[in-house]
Design a protein around this ligand. Sequence first.
Ligand SMILES: Cc1cc2nc3c(=O)[nH]c(=O)nc-3n(C[C@H](O)[C@H](O)[C@H](O)COP(=O)(O)OP(=O)(O)OC[C@H]3O[C@@H](n4cnc5c(N)ncnc54)[C@H](O)[C@@H]3O)c2cc1C
Length: 544
Amino acid sequence: MGNARSQCDALIIGAGHNGLVCAAYLAAAGLKVTVLERRSVVGGAAVTEEFHPGFRNSVAAYTVSLLNPKVIRDLELARHGLTIVERRLSNFLPTADGRYLCIGGDATGTEVAKFSARDAQRLTEYGLRLDRIADVLRALVLQTPPNVVRGDWRAALPQLLRAARAGERVRRLDLPLQRELLRLFAASAGDYLDGWFESDPIKAVYGFDGIVGNYASPYTPGSAYVLLHHVFGETNGRKGVWGHAIGGMGAITQAMAKSATARGVDIRVRSAVREVLLEQGRAVGAITDDGEAIRARAVVSNLNPKLLYGQLIDQAALSEEFRARIAQWRCGSGTFRMNVALSELPDFSCLPGKQLADHHTAGIILAPTLKYMEQAYFDARMGGWSRQPIVEMLIPSTLDDTLAPAGQHVASLFCQHVAPQLPGGESWDAHREHVADLMIDTVTRYAPNFRAAVLGRQIMSPLDLERTFGLIGGDIFHGALQLDQLFSSRPMLGHADYRGPLPGLYMCGSGTHPGGGVTGAPGHNAAREIIRDFRRRYHPSPAP
Ligand SMILES: Cc1cc2nc3c(=O)[nH]c(=O)nc-3n(C[C@H](O)[C@H](O)[C@H](O)COP(=O)(O)OP(=O)(O)OC[C@H]3O[C@@H](n4cnc5c(N)ncnc54)[C@H](O)[C@@H]3O)c2cc1C
């Protein structure tokens, strides 16, 4: 163990976007904050890197909507260089029979009517109802969930009030909407959408949100919540809309880092933490890989709870029951992520043309039906990856000329389903190249010029995501978004208030409420709780 050299109020392990947000709020409240990041760049899964000479792209997360407007405002992200633009079209979905569906803008109704006049009529009602329910979620995103506590009424009362406030939000919905909310938390995305629509393309466009990062069939119970999780955001004030950060997702975290640094936060990269320092059961600092011990009044983890409590804490300090719960924390997305450098835009058979058009700016969903998505999941369960995978392709260079040389492009391929762990104990390192070929072939089936246009590629298998970012099983959310791992149960009952079982040790990452996505919300909420504790213990300061 090294010497106790440094001293700060709060030591944050990990400079993912939530670690940076938490740091900025703590510093704004007057705390002295140090952030330690294992990689050479801050941002965690929200980073932009050059992956092929002259071509840059968001490496992992690739599109923005969930980033909370209060966080954008409070951290003055625009002043620190962040610009977010809207796509010209939300989604483009080629169908198996050579037609296509475009979603977004005025033509949506006409587009859906190509497949079903009834579905076109139901679109507005569907959007309105989902939005009313998403409003409940929006209102809870920046709240600390009611926590299960032991003790007398003094401990229980604040939690009861929180529960009552959350309940009141739900109560304000009329009864049919309350029933729908329950359905969205418990049912499958497929069953939910089958109840609304009859034609495949619109169900596929909406249903895709239910399997994003969720290693499941769209007919798996609980997948409707994942769909809901992807609609509570907004872009520049437009609810439910997804946009693009100029410069890629790294522009968001670079702006956050600037904001934090301007408030005095000390951010150190290439500083992996190997152990949380404990004294008499209390977290008092951390030890880095090169043996430096840094002491702090509060230690805050931006890591997946399984990584924190499984690898960085002396197991003897944790109860057997807590260790068992952490061991059962379900992690693992069915995600395979690629970035490709392109000499030209894809020329889709169903909507020909290599000149930039609206559909090139959309989230291009290559998975024509929910049944196709279900088969993709079954394939991955049996054989490790789907023979006919689901690919969402985004070509951000159509909206942002900072990413690729003039006339050329970069595309993000967000591919599902692959097994987080391959059957038979095989390594992803042995299969990543030919699975990447399969993904390129899948796009080429719809756009025949695609394979020849690929100048370079970056591959992120689930194992690569784990090794590069610390995302266990490639889990993009730091833990599955299922009922027993949400809200008061995230990461577990009794620890939903960003405090773990060890005094002085807090959590601020996506493994806490409201879960994964580039939201900034866990970082914001954790900061509020930490400031509250400092105010009680040390000195008065305002909470965010
Ligand atoms: C492939 C992929 C695609 C996605 N697409 C989107 C999208 O388009 N839009 C969206 O909103 N969300 C998307 N997500 C989800 C979103 O990116 C994540 O949920 C979110 O970025 C997690 O942020 P975080 O700050 O909680 O944690 P992370 O970003 O995981 O940050 C944790 C940080 O801790 C560091 N760290 C780990 N171990 C140590 C250690 N021992 N010592 C010091 N530092 C350590 C890591 O290097 C990392 O920087 C995607 C995620 C992935 C992986």
